[in-house]
Design a protein. Structure first.
Length: 238
């Protein structure tokens, strides 16, 4: 039997101290041969210091500190570059607030044997798998995905999701060009570029649960960035 591909899970954090320790334990238990990289944007609540303390006890946990809060997209790009430099073959991205269930990690990784990019999808396979969201937020999320599909023709049901597994080759191709998005639009942009470059994309149904602790980082500015990014992507390739 061949060895499991070297896998890195990347999680950006900003004020996630309440979630970090149980999250790290759950991720490392779900993937016993993987490593976890916490990318902290100078969280004022001490998330970065806690991550360092956890890393001193756990050799599979790494920490990347950034000097200030500069957006989800920039944090992931920093993590992706570190993953490529370290030679990881599979890179998984996920949130630290347990909205992405660590128990789904083995399935996400296994699906990457047959696809270049695996998307953990809240809306694929004919159903909605979102827990504890108000209807307004659910409609906005599903509507955003519909907006992306109509304008860009990106053939995925959940283009705004952030639970993904990349093969190394996909990240190398994506990072060879510019990435404009700083916020959650980064999720759309990376999937779109992977599709445009001809990589195989598959969606794996997941259950998405609203966070139980901490505060969402979504804002009106982040939402508008996504609106205009999709317009730029759509008209650039027509």
């Amino acid at each position: 039997m061949s060895a499991a591909p070297r896998t890195l899970v990347i999680t950006p954090t900003y004020n996630e101290r309440e979630n970090l320790a149980p999250f790290a334990d759950a991720v490392l238990a779900a993937l016993p041969h993987a490593h976890l990289l916490i990318v902290d944007d100078a969280s004022p609540d001490g998330t970065g210091a806690l991550a360092e303390a956890l890393a001193r006890r756990e050799p599979r946990l790494r920490v990347l500190h950034r000097p200030a809060k500069a957006g989800l997209g920039r944090a992931y790009l920093a993590g992706f570059r570190q993953a490529l430099a370290a030679g990881y073959a599979r890179v998984i991205q996920m949130d630290a607030d347990f909205s992405h269930d660590p128990k789904e990690l083995p399935c996400l990784l296994a699906a990457a044997d047959e696809a270049d990019l695996v998307l953990g999808s809240r809306y694929s396979a004919g159903g909605v798998r979102v827990l504890n969201w108000p209807l307004r937020r659910l409609f906005l999320s599903y509507g955003a995905g519909l907006y992306v599909r109509l304008l860009t023709r990106l053939p995925v049901m959940d283009p705004t999701g952030g639970y993904k597994c990349f093969r190394r080759e996909v990240l190398q191709a994506i990072l060879s060009g510019p990435i404009a998005a700083e916020g959650y639009a980064f999720q759309i942009e990376t999937t779109y570029h992977a599709w445009r470059k001809g990589f195989r994309i598959t969606e794996l149904p997941i259950v998405f649960a609203d966070r139980a602790a901490g505060v969402s980082k979504m804002s009106l500015a982040i939402a508008w960035e996504a609106v205009f990014l999709v317009l730029r992507l759509a008209f650039r390739h027509r």
